[in-house]
Design a protein around this ligand. Structure first.
Ligand code: NAI
Length: 248
């Protein structure tokens, strides 16, 4: 018996990176996996096959997490396909960095839409299902910059601070219905998102990490497993930093 046997997890933006690592970790613990990404191409199909090879039900869905109507329709479809939704991981996220003086309205709106509104969309669609089940675990993927702020990332940092406050608020509203909500705030994790950073910026980040290494997607997935499973059955409204002890 795995820690998540018989549960269904819905993970957004999981064709690659941290979301994929979470999907694989949950599947290894027995969860059936519904995951989304903007498009399900060869890479997404390969991720779905890798998850299904662990012996669980898995289906990949193309969806724009920032779209409210699309999300409502998608969640209804997933409920029909899987029968329940026990765990929701709001993982989809993007960056469009720039200093405040030069940040365009489009840069702001896109990042807030994909990173923060998406979580509202999925929580709004999933919580009626979780309330009927009288249980559920919601995990919002925030970031340490949502705790500390970061020059050049005002839009991203604000969206991630929003993810933390959203989780804390939902935890207060829906705790009496058996629903827990928490946030994970990763530091510097080695994925496509951070590979795109210039070498000097990467080196600067590394200097501030006491554990002297970048995090791996699996480091975040292990924390997500804790929050998704009954190991954390009395933990709600929290934000857990997974950052190697980083000093910002
Ligand atoms: P990634 O870029 O490798 O993966 C993000 C996934 O989200 C991609 O597959 C992308 O196609 C998908 N996505 C983007 N827009 C979407 C949309 N509108 N609808 C559905 N899917 C969409 O990024 P990574 O590093 O795996 O990040 C995952 C999450 O963790 C993000 O929310 C990110 O902000 C957060 N995070 C990452 C850190 C890092 O160091 N890599 C640090 C802190 C937080």
């Amino acid at each position: 018996m795995g820690l998540l046997s018989g549960k269904t997890a819905l993970i957004t933006g999981a064709a690659r990176g941290i979301g994929k690592a979470i999907a694989l970790k949950f599947a290894a613990e027995g969860a059936n996996i519904a995951f989304t990404d903007l498009v399900i191409d060869e890479n997404g199909e390969a991720t779905a096959a890798e998850i299904a090879a662990l012996g669980v039900q898995c289906k990949a869905y193309a969806s724009n997490a920032a779209n409210f109507e699309e999300t409502a329709t998608l969640v209804a479809q997933i409920k029909e396909d899987f029968g329940s939704i026990d765990i929701l991981v709001n993982n989809a996220g993007i960056t469009k960095d720039g200093l405040m003086m030069r940040m365009t309205e489009a840069q702001w709106d896109t990042v807030i839409g994909v990173n923060l509104k998406s979580a509202f969309n999925f929580i709004h669609a999933c919580t009626p299902i979780m309330m009927r089940q009288k249980s559920g675990s919601i995990i919002n993927m925030a970031s340490i910059v949502g705790v500390h702020g970061n020059a050049g990332q005002a839009n991203y940092a604000a969206s991630k601070a929003g993810m933390i406050a959203l989780a804390k608020s939902v935890a207060q509203e829906l705790g009496s219905r058996g629903i827990r909500a928490n946030a994970i705030a990763p530091g510097f994790i080695e994925t496509a998102m951070t590979a795109a950073l210039p070498e000097d910026v990467r080196k600067e980040w590394m200097k501030n990490i006491p554990l002297r290494r970048g995090g791996q997607p699996e480091d975040v997935a292990n924390t997500a497993l804790y929050l998704a499973s009954d190991l954390s059955s009395y933990v709600s409204g929290q934000v857990i930093q997974v950052d190697g002890g980083m000093n910002m």
